[in-house]
Design a protein around this ligand. Structure first.
Ligand code: SF4
Length: 320
């Protein structure tokens, strides 16, 4: 786990002048804060597919004759769908070697946008609907269905941002496990350390994954790894709620409540109630739980990734 955390990114977000007008869309949070902690793998699909910079603007146009219902065309009508699809397929295959843990896309782009991209419709394509997906983004999600992917605009929402990075670091840890010489015992041990995180996202999925792990010895290893990764990442995509976090933290408290005095117990319960009511952020009860787990040497809790889901330098728990 000493390798850098690599995240794919639309190049223009890092300030590279690759947009159709020769400009960029530098995102200060990505460059100044995240840039200290991750290694970027920048890709500009339009520039790298050979469309040049500057270039004619391009857009998605409704085309009922195509399987995905859209085509990519330049302002003067040059059709670019096949070219962009081929580029995306080949470039994304080469990215498998870079061991990405996540991807951040530029919103609204007919190449990079993940959702609600404008699709032009009608005889003369003068009206539009916001229900498209960029051609490169669609291929990214097809080839890497479990990779955490977000748009830069959504990362300005503290809850979505925290969820994205929790998934990035969880995915990275899981990929590290599956790229080692793992066995069922290692998977069981790994799964145990995810209990609180899974409970916060989806107790139902936690139980389903528990059943998969219980049957692990009867499932061929490659299939087991695939199924576990699919189900685990699907669980982590489910938005954790304050109520479920409170539940997970209460569960954590259950591991040491008999070992602390009444005043400490009351203090923690009061902080949990404040968190549940939205009066304090999650870092407050989490810090208290971490403190007791460390002081009382509760090994089970100290191994839970839920207590340290991402690097503290990101300060993601201070706002959720
Ligand atoms: S949105 Fe994507 S295709 Fe457009 S300039 Fe940025 S990186 Fe390039």
């Amino acid at each position: 786990m000493t390798a850098p955390v690599r995240i794919g990114v639309s190049s223009c977000l890092l300030g590279e002048k690759v947009r159709h007008d020769g400009g960029h869309k530098r995102d200060p949070y990505l460059v100044e804060t995240l840039g200290q902690l991750v290694e970027w793998v920048p890709v500009c699909p339009e520039a790298e597919a050979g469309l040049g910079t500057p270039r004619e603007p391009i857009r998605l146009v409704r085309d009922a004759g195509r399987s995905d219902g859209v085509r990519l065309v330049s302002r003067s009508g040059v059709r670019l769908t096949g070219r962009m699809r081929r580029f995306a397929r080949d470039r994304l295959r080469t990215l498998a070697k870079t061991d990405l843990s996540g991807y951040i896309l530029k919103k609204d782009s007919p190449s990079c946008g993940m959702e609600r991209v404008k699709v032009w419709t009608g005889e003369d394509s003068r009206s539009s609907e916001r229900n498209g997906r960029g051609i490169f983004a669609a291929e990214l999600l097809r080839q890497y269905p479990n990779l955490p992917v977000e748009e830069e605009g959504r990362l300005h929402d503290p809850v979505l941002r925290e969820n994205f990075f929790e998934r990035v670091f969880a995915y990275r840890r899981l990929r590290a496990l599956f790229s080692s010489r793992w066995n069922v015992g290692a998977l069981v041990q790994w799964h145990t350390t995810q209990k609180l995180a899974l409970m916060a996202h989806s107790p139902v999925r936690y139980r389903e994954l528990g059943r998969l792990v219980a049957e692990a010895r009867e499932i061929p290893r490659a299939e087991l790894g695939r199924r576990y990764e699919d189900e685990f990442m699907a669980a982590m995509r489910i938005r954790a709620t304050r109520a479920r976090h409170t539940n997970a933290l209460m569960h954590a408290m259950g591991h040491f409540k008999r070992l602390i005095d009444e005043a400490s117990r009351d203090e923690l319960l009061a902080v949990l109630e404040d968190y549940r009511r939205g009066l304090v952020p999650r870092i407050v009860p989490l810090t208290l739980v971490r403190h007791h787990a460390r002081r009382l040497e509760v090994a089970y809790l100290r191994e839970q990734t839920y207590l340290n889901p991402h690097p503290k330098e990101l300060a993601l728990l201070n706002h959720v």
